[in-house]
Design a protein around this ligand. Sequence first.
Ligand code: NAD
Length: 335
Amino acid sequence: MKTKILVTGSSGFIGFSLSKKLLDDGKKVHGYDSMNSYYDVKLKKARYNILKKYKNFSFTKGDLENKKLLEKTFKSFKPKIIIHLAAQAGVRYSIENPDIYLNSNIIGTFNVIKFANKVKVKHLIIGSSSSVYGSNKKIPFQEIDKTDHQISFYAATKKSTENLAHSYSSLWKLPITILRFFTVYGPYGRPDMAYFKFTKSILAGKKISIFNKGKMYRDYTYIDDIVSGISKLLNKVPSIKQKKKIKNDSLSPVAPFRILNIGNTKKIFLLDFINSLEKELGKKIKRRFMPMQKGDVHSTLSDSSLLMRITGYNPKTNYKTGIKKFVSWYLNYYK
Ligand SMILES: NC(=O)c1ccc[n+]([C@@H]2O[C@H](COP(=O)([O-])OP(=O)(O)OC[C@H]3O[C@@H](n4cnc5c(N)ncnc54)[C@H](O)[C@@H]3O)[C@@H](O)[C@H]2O)c1
């Protein structure tokens, strides 16, 4: 029997890319997505149109907040694994629109956890974010570091869902893995993210705004590496019987619950990333240097050695190759 996997956010960037890989690997996938208009709905439809060609793909259009529909979907599909990637993403938008984040990320994730528990899934994987490390100064970020000082509302909702998940995992012995993503980029990416907006502006001959005068770095992670890391994790189910054999394991002492970073583990300065985009696009960039933005973290870098030890995760794509692939997709997609 094919493994049944339910992916929330299947029309989103990571959810789509992951669903496609799972289908290519012969799994049965059910997608759940509201197809909301936070960014270009045509791009969400284009992703969905690719997935719907697979005979092992089925789909429900709905909100996470719609308890009845969500429960019905979980009960009728009977997934073995749920990968929860639907969320209201974006740091800047959360400053102006916190309510949407509260509804989608906290109430929505609570519904997913509650119904995942009701249908007794073998493994629930939940997407979180490097932004939970907030203003931490200790670099690279490790899962066992304290995460008490989020500086955006988005990050606070992500941290809250990690806590909700831990309590449920502890109470009901529901196996949960939290995955903290670090600036994911690549083909079919998110139009609200800086690299995507830069590409659009550069091609239109418009100035791009570079925050903190470019003095920051990110752990840019290419989508194929993310997808391969998550697929390797499906059967690595945390259990309370497991003993902490790995150094700095984040496995909970009271629940089948673990937190994992998934990054590229390289420090890439924003200006180097932009210079690479300029080279690939073959157009001179007009730059506007701006101060640091509210809510933005200064820099991010992951220690992903725990995930590497557990799954053999091995991020292979360096940023220059990744940008080349993204630009090639962008030029072809938007012709
Ligand atoms: N892309 C990144 O760099 C990055 C970094 C850190 C964390 N994350 C996290 O990874 C996950 C996936 O992110 P992504 O980049 O694919 O984002 P995305 O916005 O492309 O995908 C999210 C999808 O969820 C759907 N959605 C949003 N709210 C919903 C709701 N209330 N009910 C049902 N569907 C809803 C959207 O329509 C969208 O298709 C999110 O949890 C995000 O916070 C992403």
